[in-house]
Design a protein. Structure first.
Length: 384
């Protein structure tokens, strides 16, 4: 383990400003709104803020307030946060992000989890929090070989937790790709897990749901919604799962192209009343995208879709016996019913949240932390 601080070279930021100032904007239909993709008027507004008002150095300083490290795991330099809990016997908690984000997704959770007494909670609910950047994401090294699918990602994180950090037992939480990776942790490295907590049932299960016997009415409705969503909204999956490199040439070269590709997902998948900034600040949106830009990880991040699509592991039916909790947020992509989750997981807690969407850790951190505390409380005795 080596201490790590983010320090983006100034020429990288200067180049970003130059590219933003010389954007070539495409045309747009007068009444396009968000129907054809990212709305141009909003994207121009956000890009102008990125160029003239956004302060990366201020955001960089905020990121560097968290204890960060790098370590070689599976032959790769892995970047991660490791923040000690303030309380008696804090439980180690691994937080696993998805796409299109990085360790940044989890930052609002950390103070609430590590120091609950300072935020209206009980000291005995404290966690020691570990937040890695997945290989090929954020400040972790980019893989140079094929095969980094969710199963291999899980192996990397298992090595980080048990060998690098020396934890014998821990809890893992994830959403989006994080839920698939945490599921693989439970399937292949479950002996070190007290429990797992997810915000969604991994999407691979929904894709093969037609083959399952005796679907309930709620499950049939879920499968129908999932199919409709795949037809209308999942074009990005097809591109990233089949020809990710072709896409990456444009996104790695154009900051506005990268911004438009990612912001559309935050707009479509989050809980808001039509204005994305009622849920996220401009600084939140741009810090997430700037991390992609300065690390040049859009290509390596979207390759996870290709690896998963070509992985025989994810196509196999599974069931994990590790105790599992779910926090289901209403504006997530296609929330599954409990009986569907119980086909694959040993569900010990199921909570349907009053608000929030796909990026729950950023949208409703207090609600998510409360559920994590409730789920883990009965498991704490095993960590003594």
């Amino acid at each position: 383990m080596q201490p790590f601080k983010i320090d983006v070279p100034q020429p990288v930021l200067d180049d970003l400003q130059y590219r933003l100032a010389h954007t070539r904007w495409p045309d747009e239909l007068d009444d396009a709104n968000w129907d054809y993709g990212t709305n141009r008027a909003y994207l121009q507004q956000l890009a102008a803020y990125w160029q003239t008002d956004y302060d990366w150095r201020a955001q960089e300083a905020k990121l560097n307030e968290f204890a960060q490290f790098t370590a070689e795991v599976d032959g790769l330099g892995l970047h991660f946060l490791h923040v000690e809990g303030k309380g008696p016997n804090p439980v180690p908690l691994l937080l696993v992000h998805g796409w299109p984000d990085s360790f940044f997704r989890m930052l609002k959770l950390i103070p609430l989890l590590t120091d609950p007494a300072a935020h209206g909670g009980r000291a005995e609910d404290a966690f020691t929090v570990i937040v890695p950047d997945l290989p090929g994401y954020g400040f972790s090294e980019r893989p140079s070989e094929k095969g980094y699918d969710p199963k291999r990602m899980a192996g990397v994180l298992a090595e980080l937790m048990t060998k690098t950090l020396g934890y014998k037992k821990y809890v893992a939480h994830g959403g989006d790709w994080g839920s698939s990776i945490v599921e693989q942790l439970a399937l292949h490295h479950g002996s070190a897990l007290l429990g797992i907590h997810l915000t969604d049932v991994p999407a691979t299960h929904a894709k093969s749901a037609d083959k399952l016997p005796d679907l309930s009415a709620a499950e049939k409705a879920f499968v129908a919604k999932s199919k409709a969503w795949q037809e209308k909204e999942a074009g990005y999956q097809k591109i990233q799962g089949t020809k990710p490199e072709t896409l990456a040439y444009g996104l790695n070269d154009s900051p506005v192209g990268l911004l438009g590709w990612i912001i559309e997902k935050f707009h479509a998948w989050s809980d808001h009343d039509g204005s994305i900034e009622h849920t996220f600040t401009k600084d939140d949106l741009l810090t997430n995208v700037t991390i992609y830009w300065v690390t040049q990880t859009i290509s390596s991040s979207v390759r996870l879709y290709y690896e998963a699509m070509h992985s025989p592991t994810l196509a196999a039916p599974t069931y994990t016996k590790v105790p599992t909790g779910f926090a289901i947020f209403p504006k997530d992509i296609t929330p599954a019913p409990r009986e569907f989750a119980e086909r694959f997981f040993k569900v010990q807690r199921w909570a349907e949240m009053p608000r929030g969407g796909h990026f729950a850790a950023l949208e409703a951190p207090g609600l998510l932390v409360s559920e994590l505390r409730e789920f883990v409380w009965p498991l704490r005795e095993e960590n003594r």
